[in-house]
Write a protein that binds this ligand. Structure first.
Ligand SMILES: NC(=O)c1ccc[n+]([C@@H]2O[C@H](COP(=O)([O-])OP(=O)(O)OC[C@H]3O[C@@H](n4cnc5c(N)ncnc54)[C@H](OP(=O)(O)O)[C@@H]3O)[C@@H](O)[C@H]2O)c1
Length: 301
């Protein structure tokens, strides 16, 4: 396959290609790279033989592994499923990439830092013991992938959001939850003692290309934030409603994480050293709104 310039297109493979992130990566890069999408319908990543055959047939330069059980509650309730998909599935991809000489990007998570007992952002080289099944399995997957394929790139992603873009999949995310609350005039309860770098999915998507050229290793991959989730939502709501006071929609939850604030913030110095720079959370929302006028027009009026 050739691109617009008539050059042969580099081949990529995206797993979870119908999911929230995988669908956006596929859509964004479809004119630049020849992308083979693996979704749950055409590939079960827990099947090692099927994964090897699929990767051998696609012969990608880069595999972007987005397939997962991404819901932390599902993982907590069904650790066997979480291990099969989030650990074994990832290991299957790493083994297949080693066989075909493909590069691998693995999507990990800021949930790995949930055991951080300080208010400092977590650093890659100083990772606490994960406290939930999802975080534990993401950490285990990172370790096993790096042992099989030291050139692999593991990206620890923060909580992402986006508009329901051209019919692509939307997961539960802060922007979507806020919009639903606004539209239905329904209060939204958010934790006061919760800190994380909430990031526009399209910022992650745009930086994925550069991530494919990083040296093997684990990277925090998202924006910083000085505000709690509750405070962040207040700022975002004010941006969306432009002066109209709808702050009564937000209910502070002062009980959740009251004993020990949850700090999933990530230190981004390592990734900045490679020229990959994310805006902080509030700036990221501003950018998302500026770059999505088709959605904002409908909302503000
Ligand atoms: N969204 C976030 O805010 C966030 C934050 C941090 C990290 N991450 C990580 O980023 C990656 C992408 O997340 P996402 O939000 O795009 O998740 P998602 O929307 O849930 O997409 C994951 C996809 O994986 C597929 N899948 C599940 N089991 C499979 C299997 N056995 N074989 C093949 N495919 C399977 C799912 O297909 P079915 O639905 O058909 O089963 C789904 O389309 C995941 O690794 C996630 O853990 C996401």
């Amino acid at each position: 396959m050739e691109n617009e310039e008539g050059d042969n297109m580099e081949r990529w493979m995206v797993t979870g290609a119908n999911g929230f992130l995988g669908s956006r990566i596929t859509e964004y890069y479809q004119d630049k790279y020849e992308i083979t999408g693996a979704n749950h319908g055409n590939l079960d990543i827990t099947d090692e033989g099927a994964v090897t055959s699929f990767v051998k047939k696609a012969r990608p330069r880069l595999v972007i592994h987005c397939a997962a059980i991404s819901n932390t509650g599902t993982c907590q309730e069904n650790p066997g499923l979480s291990e099969a998909v989030n650990v074994k599935g990832a290991v299957n991809l790493a083994r297949a990439c080693r066989e075909t000489g493909s590069c691998l990007i693995f999507m990990s998570s800021d949930q790995i830092y949930a055991g951080n007992r300080t208010m400092e952002p977590g650093k890659e080289e100083n990772t606490p013991e994960p406290v939930n099944v999802y975080g534990l399995h993401k950490r285990q997957a990172e370790d096993e992938i790096m042992a099989i394929l030291p050139e692999a790139v593991c990206l620890r992603l923060p909580w992402m959001y986006d508009f329901p873009w051209r019919g692509l999949k939307s997961n539960s995310n802060l922007l979507g939850n806020l919009l639903k609350s606004l539209i239905h005039n329904r209060p939204l309860t958010l934790p006061v003692y919760d800190y994380r770098g909430i990031t526009w999915a399209m910022e992650v998507v745009k930086h994925v290309e550069a991530a494919g050229a990083l040296p093997g290793g684990v990277y925090n991959f998202g924006g910083g934030n000085t505000l709690s989730t509750y405070e962040t939502a207040g700022k975002v709501l004010a941006m969306v409603t432009e002066g109209e006071d709808r702050s009564g929609l937000l209910i502070p939850d002062r009980e959740r994480y009251a004993g020990q604030p949850r700090n999933l913030l990530m230190d981004t110095e390592k990734i900045r050293g490679f020229g990959i720079i994310f805006p902080d959370t509030v700036e990221g929302f501003q950018r998302c709104f500026e770059e999505s006028p088709e959605y904002m027009l409908g909302l503000i009026r």
